[in-house]
Write a protein that binds this ligand. Structure first.
Ligand SMILES: Cc1cc2nc3c(=O)[nH]c(=O)nc-3n(C[C@H](O)[C@H](O)[C@H](O)COP(=O)(O)OP(=O)(O)OC[C@H]3O[C@@H](n4cnc5c(N)ncnc54)[C@H](O)[C@@H]3O)c2cc1C
Length: 315
């Protein structure tokens, strides 16, 4: 059965950006609807300890997101378990079609659909995610003080992550399947000069190895891409740095995007190329990709949506 619901403010996404926008939008009496998507709570629900959310010395990612959801509900946000499969931003009110069959229309829209880290796709990588396998050195580097870590990748992200990890780890091995890096030369110079860094060229990761009791990484097995020879590299942390994919399929060819699909916002703002459509969080951010920066952008988006709606009402 199809059903249409109208709201002043529609928020798509239930990560830190979406829930923060919901808190601000609700407290501005905009009575927002928030659509959770297929990953209620967003990326932090697939991690364990979070130690950089202000006010919580340590909290499990899923627990933090349950708290954010409860906060958004407590101030009056209606939270809906649904997934948007198409958007029409060509006219106002904007229209969002959902898998449930419901069509949501709205005067202003906040997109907070986030991003997904790219993974290698190995079963052993999946097994140790959150138990030594990470896609975020800024988030998890601190856990590997004085220990050996491995980074896989060959672009700017991999080199930046490897350099960042030298602040904590006793040794950082960068494994890349080619014989040269794609990253900027200045970063490469810094990497090559760092005594803590070793590079294993022309190798692809075969398997992450580790124990079950307690669950944790003990090393990786890497295969030489030409000879097939296997090298085992011991490590406690394995960082996958092969890129991120912003969840911008809904607005591909509609909103301006850059850097492989990140939605472009105006400087110091969450305004997109369509008035009334705001974007916040990892969907727009190829640089910081943190919960707290996403939440900050969610706040900005709600405040900007509120002002924009008020301007429309005043004519
Ligand atoms: C393993 C891991 C560990 C991390 N650890 C930390 C950490 O310790 N500290 C830190 O600050 N950051 C950490 N991060 C990064 C942090 O999770 C992200 O920066 C943050 O979650 C981004 O928030 P967001 O709101 O932009 O989007 P996301 O958290 O990516 O959420 C996106 C939301 O959009 C929804 N959505 C997507 N498409 C649709 C659609 N079509 N319809 C409806 N809904 C949709 C999804 O269901 C999801 O709810 C980690 C990330 C990962 C992957």
């Amino acid at each position: 059965m199809t059903d249409t619901r109208h709201t002043k403010l529609l928020i798509i996404g239930s990560g830190p950006a979406g829930y923060t926008a919901a808190v601000y939008g609700s407290r501005a009496m905009l009575e927002p609807l928030l659509i959770q998507g297929i990953q209620p709570g967003g990326q932090l629900t697939i991690t364990t300890e979070v130690e950089n959310w202000p006010g919580e010395v340590e909290i499990q990612g899923p627990d933090l997101m349950i708290k954010m959801e409860a906060h958004a509900r407590a101030v009056g946000t209606e939270i809906i378990a649904d997934h948007i499969n198409a958007l029409d931003l060509s006219k106002r009110p904007f229209t969002a079609s959902a898998d449930s069959g419901t069509t949501y229309t709205c005067d202003a829209l906040i997109l907070a659909t986030g991003a997904q880290a790219r993974w290698l796709g190995l079963p052993s990588e999946e097994k140790f995610k959150g138990f030594g396998v990470s896609a975020c050195a800024t988030c998890d580097g601190f856990f590997y003080r004085g220990q050996e870590v491995v980074v896989v990748g060959g672009g700017n992200t991999a080199v930046e992550e490897a350099l960042f990890l030298t602040n904590f780890a006793s040794k950082v091995t960068l494994i890349h399947r080619r014989d040269s890096l794609r990253s900027e030369k200045i970063l490469q110079d810094r990497l090559f000069k760092n005594p803590k860094v070793e590079i294993l060229w022309n190798h692809a990761i075969e398997e992450v190895v580790g124990g079950d009791n307690p669950r944790g990484v003990e090393g990786v097995r890497a295969r030489h891409v030409e000879t097939g020879q296997i090298t085992e590299v011991p490590c406690k942390g394995f960082f996958v740095a092969i890129g991120h994919a912003p969840a911008s399929e809904l607005v591909k060819d509609v909103l301006e995007t850059h850097m492989g699909g990140y939605v472009v916002t105006k400087p110091d703002s969450t305004e997109t190329s369509i008035p009334g459509v705001f974007a916040a969080g990892d969907l727009t951010d190829h640089k910081y990709r943190q919960a707290v920066t996403s939440a900050g952008m969610g706040c900005m988006a709600a405040l900007e949506a509120e002002r924009w709606l008020a301007e429309q009402e005043q004519g």
